[in-house]
Design a protein around this ligand. Structure first.
Ligand code: 13P
Ligand code: MG
Ligand code: MG
Length: 363
C-alpha cells in the first residue's frame, strides 16, 4: 500500500514581527492534527516551525492533493489565523490568500510538498524547513545531493545511484516545466537552476526505479503566480539510503551557508544558516535565513520521533561562517548585491522611486 507524506506550510502570523510562531498557535495546530490522527483521517501528523512559518507534516494513505488532507491543513490554518488575530500577531492570516477552501491548498496561499512512497523495511526521510528565503533556495543543495559526486560519493560507489537522477524544473516566468537528466544533461540543468528566482527544482526522480526521491513546495505549473502564493520559505522532502543518497550525503550541502534571497523585507541576499528547530528564530535584520532538517524513520506510516539533525556541533563552523557573512553583507547597506536586483524586486513601485517619476529628463 503506498503512503503519502504531505508537508503543508503557511505563515499565519508572526510572534514578534516575523521572527517566530506563537506557542498558542503551535499548540492549536498540534491539537488539530492529533484529532485528525485519532479520527483515523491520517496515519500520523506533526507540527513544526521554522521562524514565523508553521509546517504540517502529515503521513496518510489518501494520495497527493487529497481534498480531505488539504481541508485539514486549510481549516487548521484558518482557525489558527483567528487565534493570530485575537493575539494581535504580525501579518495574521497573511498566507491564506484564497477567500475560502476550494478543494486544495494549491494556489490558495499555503505551500505544499507531497511525496508518495512504498515504505521499505527501513525508510529514512528528511524534511527540510526554511524561513526568510525564497522559491528556488533548494536548487543548489538538491543538485549537490543528487548530482555532485564531490558531495555524494554514492553516485560513484552505489549501484542504484550510479544511473543518476532526473530533475523536474519549473520555469516560473513562462509557466512551463522540463525534465533534465544527470549526469548527461548536468550542464543544461545548471544553466537553468543557477537562476533560482526563475527556474526552481520541483522534483528529483531516480532514473533506476522512477521513484520520487525529493520534492519541494514551490507550487506547480498551474499555480506559478507569484512569490506570495506559498512559495517563499519553502519545504523539501528527501528520501534517503538504498536507491537514494545516504542521510549524511543529503545533509552535507548545508555545511556551507549558501547565499539566498529573502531576509529583511524579503529583499536581501544573505547566508542560509543550518540550525536546530529551537534556534530557528531569525531576529537580526530578519535573518539570517534558516534551514532546519528533521529526520524521520518512517514505520508503518508513522513518523515516529523527529530527529533534529542540525542540532550537531559539526554545523558550528557553518553557523559561525554564516554570522561572518551576514556581517559582511550588512556593510553593503542599501546596495546590491545585498539588496536584491531591481528586476527581482519591482522596485519601480517603491515610494522613494515613485516620487522621482516626474523629475527625470532626457540625458
Ligand atoms: P516572512 O516571509 O518570513 O514572513 O518575512 C517577511 C519579511 O518581510 C521579513 O522582513
Ligand atoms: Mg512573516
Ligand atoms: Mg517566514
Amino acid at each position: 500500500m503506498s503512503q503519502t507524506l504531505s508537508v503543508i506550510k503557511a505563515d499565519i502570523g508572526g510572534w514578534v514581527g516575523h521572527t517566530a510562531v506563537h506557542p498558542e498557535l503551535l499548540a492549536h495546530t498540534q491539537a488539530a492534527l492529533a484529532r485528525a490522527v485519532s479520527d483515523g483521517l491520517v496515519i500520523d501528523a506533526q507540527a513544526h516551525t521554522c521562524g514565523d512559518d508553521l509546517f504540517l507534516i502529515i503521513s496518510h494513505e489518501r494520495g497527493e492533493n487529497d481534498e480531505a488532507v488539504h481541508r485539514l491543513a486549510w481549516e487548521t490554518f484558518e482557525s489558527g489565523a483567528v487565534i493570530a488575530k485575537r493575539l494581535g500577531l504580525h501579518g495574521a492570516g497573511q498566507d491564506l490568500v484564497a477567500d475560502a477552501f476550494t478543494g486544495s491548498v494549491r494556489g490558495a496561499g499555503p505551500g505544499s510538498a507531497e511525496l508518495t512512497l512504498e515504505e521499505r523495511p527501513s525508510e529514512p526521510v528528511l524534511v527540510f524547513l526554511s524561513d526568510k528565503t525564497a522559491v528556488g533556495a533548494f536548487n543548489l543543495p538538491l543538485y549537490r545531493m543528487f548530482a555532485d559526486p564531490f558531495n555524494t560519493p554514492g553516485l560513484i560507489m552505489s549501484e542504484p545511484l550510479h544511473d543518476g537522477f532526473s530533475f523536474e524544473v519549473h520555469d516560473r516566468k513562462e509557466q512551463r516545466k522540463i525534465v533534465l537528466t544527470t549526469p548527461d544533461e548536468a550542464y543544461g540543468l545548471l544553466g537553468l537552476i543557477g537562476s533560482p528566482g526563475r527556474f526552481a527544482v520541483k522534483r528529483v526522480i531516480s532514473r533506476r526505479t522512477n521513484e520520487v526521491a525529493a520534492v519541494c513546495s514551490i507550487g506547480d505549473g498551474s499555480q506559478l503566480t507569484g512569490r506570495y502564493l506559498g512559495e517563499d520559505d519553502p519545504a523539501a522532502i528527501v528520501r534517503c539510503q538504498g536507491n537514494f543518497p545516504a542521510v549524511g550525503e543529503a545533509l552535507e550541502p548545508f555545511g556551507t551557508p549558501w547565499l539566498v534571497l529573502g531576509g529583511m523585507r524579503d529583499s536581501h541576499y544573505g547566508p542560509w544558516m543550518p540550525v536546530a528547530e529551537a534556534q530557528a528564530h531569525p531576529s537580526r535584520f530578519d535573518g539570517p535565513a534558516r534551514v532546519v532538517a528533521l529526520g524521520f524513520q518512517l514505520h508503518e506510516g508513522r513518523l515516529g520521533l523527529a530527529r533534529d539533525l542540525f542540532e550537531d556541533p559539526a554545523y558550528d563552523r557553518a553557523r559561525a561562517e554564516a554570522n561572518r557573512m551576514m556581517e559582511y553583507m550588512r556593510m553593503h547597506g542599501p546596495f546590491e548585491p545585498h539588496l536584491a536586483a531591481m528586476d527581482e524586486m519591482e522596485r519601480e513601485s517603491l515610494p522613494a522611486t515613485a516620487k522621482l517619476a516626474t523629475r527625470w529628463t532626457r540625458a
